[in-house]
Design a protein around this ligand. Structure first.
Ligand SMILES: [Zn+2]
Length: 739
């Protein structure tokens, strides 16, 4: 049972609340945080992860129906919203090493007697990469390390080509879908991705079942769809796929891979790695297997033959609604996916189960008389694993309503043990900080915020782009910085396509996870032995996300805050300017080295070594519009903050519809270059990093990809987006100050 110390009552009213409303909110939230129960979390997980529940499986639908029944039993209005999407599954898979010592890969994760659900073979999806092309290829092998852009540059320097080859890449560093994309761009005709023990196996810890890490025959399923172009149903970009919707023909879909790709275990990968000839790889390319890693090519041929069923499958999104009493047309949305690759206890049930406890607890509060001011939606998405299918189709279908009504979206996914972490829209940074000051860390007893804040002082340099200068800054800045959102879970459509202030929440950093990821061993046995075994961090997640939902839903004035956002945007502008300067200096230096013969002199004449090509020196760019917009945003945010502080006590809420427009203003309907579905000019997943975020993406990627003639125009478009937000803020400020 939850035995929770009552938090000290806040002295100042909560941001966006009148003193009276603040006092009552604090009391309701304290009642709420006492409700989530670890026994329920354990039972929710046991039920939802009892059988494989991928898209199209009987238990996926069963789970959706069970969720609706649970929600109704809590007194909530809940339903399934059904969509459909292309979801390929394997028809046949074959991988062989030809030649005198012929080897056929097993492509099979073994049942373990100690792990009760690992033997549900007839219901498990086999190991595969979803949205791989069909193909039957025979070719020599080349090792490409992680298969990232820099790895291909390095291979070129070693005189190794992947043209006509099957590349073998290891999992890690880049999102998996980038590996076949880059391999195909460099002329490869097939792609293998294996789990090296150095990345998530015995080098890191005991392997399963003795420990949490990946075993010799464990393999990582996963999507390789080109989601940086657009996620969701490949046949209906931008349109919510209700049954009967008009489809793009399969042969015109651009997000399916160009070459066949297959994930394998390191046991299956070993014979292929041993067959590689060529040079010994650079230090950083070596994995943890007891063999000499070489680039290849191999003398013997690999044979990869894959065929898929290209079926459309139903998606069952579960949506529960609590109508708002004061502002029913302003929506606060919560979501976590419910589908898994197999049993999916860690991913996603460790997040979906706390979300269900939040909903139960809010049901309790409703019975006690609490009424949210805004409308609250609780969603469990289907089809996240293949391609964020359920959330994307739902949000595309409801796009017009969402653009008008959505105030914020709070996402979670797999949850672990340890430190609070959040990434999100920076207009939510102060709000997120405020809520986690009121949630208790189960292991230390200190507020979650305090622990994360203190941990940041000793672990400087952690976090994504835009992370500040570490200790000194953490001490002096009132709010702990949150990272920016890339992609990799269901918040993508909300922030990147619709411009809704979104955040992704979770706990982690102490559980030694990773080795079970997307395997048949990510199940109840694994989770209850190696992750948040007593579910106290599941309870912390429910308390955290549920408090955010309540506090955002009940505020008189939506508690966005823009000075943090302006500060972060200023950092991003500084970064892209520095990036251009660094690339200019490096190109000059490299060109001089080439001219002086330095690469030739430094190379071992007995090894192949190709100097890099001479490149045009990057031009000086006009960052003026971006500097101006950043300064304007800083000034507008400060003016808004002043008006807000003077106004809050009155509780006048007329400004809210204007505030909802602030995040929308960052959207450019023409979208990013080559991927118009992504409209946010501040945040996007990287075109060549996948999950990894690129902030000010149109500018940053044009620089990184050396598309020099286009950069100035992208600077102007990005500055325009920021200026649109400035205009909205100015209007909001006027409304608050009453003139
Ligand atoms: Zn997930």
């Amino acid at each position: 049972m939850a035995a929770y110390a009552v938090e000290p009552t806040a002295t100042a009213p909560l941001r966006g609340y009148t003193a009276e409303h603040s006092a009552s909110e604090v009391q309701w939230e304290q009642k709420f945080r006492a409700l989530p129960n670890t026994d329920n979390l354990r039972e929710n997980m046991r039920r939802l992860s009892a059988r494989p529940h991928h898209v199209g499986s009987p238990y996926d639908k069963d789970n959706a129906e069970w969720l609706v029944a649970q929600l109704k039993s809590y007194g909530l209005d809940a339903k399934i919203e059904q969509f459909e999407a292309l979801f390929p599954t394997p028809k046949s898979r074959k991988l062989e090493l030809l030649g005198p010592a012929k080897f056929t890969a097993k492509l099979e994760e073994p049942t373990l007697a100690i792990d009760p659900t690992s033997g549900q073979k007839s219901e498990q999806l086999p190991t595969y990469n979803a949205y791989s092309a069909d193909g039957d290829v025979t070719a020599p092998l080349v090792y490409v390390n992680y298969g990232a852009p820099a790895d291909y540059e390095e291979l070129e320097r070693m005189g190794v080509s992947v043209k006509g080859a099957i590349v073998i890449a290891r999992y890690g560093q880049t999102w998996r879908g980038i590996k076949p994309k880059l391999a195909a761009q460099h002329g490869a005709i097939g792609c293998l991705i294996y789990s090296d023990p150095k990345d998530d196996g015995y080098v890191r810890g005991e392997s399963f079942p003795e420990g949490p890490m990946r075993s010799a025959e464990g393999a990582q399923r996963g999507s390789v769809m080109d989601m940086p172009v657009y996620p969701g149903d490949p046949q209906t970009p931008g349109i919510g796929a209700k049954p009967g919707v008009k489809l793009i023909p399969l042969n015109q879909v651009q997000t399916i891979t160009k070459i066949p790709v297959m994930p394998i275990s390191y046991e299956d990968a070993k014979p292929f790695l041993l067959a590689l000839g060529g040079q010994v790889v650079p230090d950083a390319w070596r994995g943890g297997l007891p063999l000499t890693y070489k680039t290849g090519p191999s003398k013997v041929m690999g044979h990869l033959a894959l065929a898929f069923n290209w079926d459309r499958k139903p998606l069952y999104d579960v949506v529960a609604t609590i109508p708002g009493a004061t502002f029913p047309d302003q929506w606060v949305i919560r979501g976590n996916h419910h589908d898994g690759w197999v049993n999916g206890a860690g991913d996603p049930i460790s997040g979906a189960s706390p979300e269900l406890e939040e909903a139960r607890s809010l049901g309790e509060l409703l019975k006690q008389g609490w009424k949210p001011a805004r409308t609250i939606l609780y969603c469990w998405w289907d089809g996240e694993e293949p391609a964020l299918l359920g959330s994307t189709e739902w949000a595309e279908f409801h796009a017009d309503e969402l653009k008008e009504h959505a105030v914020a979206y709070f996402n979670s996914d797999g949850n672990g043990r340890g430190f609070f972490r959040a990434e999100g829209a920076h207009s939510l940074e102060n709000f997120i900080n405020s809520v986690v000051k009121d949630v208790q860390d189960p292991e230390t007893g200190m507020p979650v915020w305090k622990r994360a804040h203190l941990a940041a002082l000793v672990r400087t340099g952690r976090g994504g782009e835009g992370e500040g200068s570490g200790g000194a800054e953490s001490r002096n800045r009132p709010d702990t910085r949150i990272g920016a959102l890339g992609s990799g879970s269901d918040y993508t459509v909300f922030i990147d396509h619709l411009g809704i202030a979104s955040a992704n929440l979770g706990y982690g950093g102490e559980d030694e996870g990773g080795g079970q990821y997307h395997s048949i061993y990510d199940d109840f046995y694994w989770y209850t032995h190696y992750s948040d075994t007593d579910f106290v961090y599941g309870r912390a997640l429910a308390q955290t996300a549920g408090s955010m939902m309540m506090r955002m839903a009940d505020a008189d004035v939506i508690p966005y805050q823009f000075t943090d956002e302006a500060d972060t945007v200023h950092n991003y502008v500084t970064e892209v300017k520095k990036l251009a300067d660094t690339m200019r200096a490096q190109t000059k230096e490299r060109n001089m080295n080439i001219a002086e013969g330095a690469y030739k002199a430094a190379a071992d004449p007995k090894k192949v070594s190709v100097p890099p090509p001479v490149e045009a020196v990057p031009p000086y760019l006009n960052f003026g519009p971006l500097d101006q917009a950043s300064d304007d945003l800083t000034a507008a945010a400060a003016a808004y903050e002043k008006a807000f502080a003077a106004h809050t006590a009155s509780g006048d809420s007329a400004v809210n519809p204007e505030l909802i427009k602030t995040e929308r203003a960052l959207m450019d309907p023409n979208g990013l270059p080559n991927r118009p579905w992504f409209e946010n000019m501040v945040y996007a997943p990287g075109f060549y990093t996948g999950y990894g975020v690129k902030t000010l993406p149109a500018v940053r990627e044009a620089i990184e990809q050396k598309e020099w003639p286009t950069v100035d125009a992208q600077i102007v478009r990005t500055a325009d987006a920021l200026e649109r937000e400035v205009d909205v803020l100015k209007t909001a400020t006027k409304m608050l100050s009453g003139n």
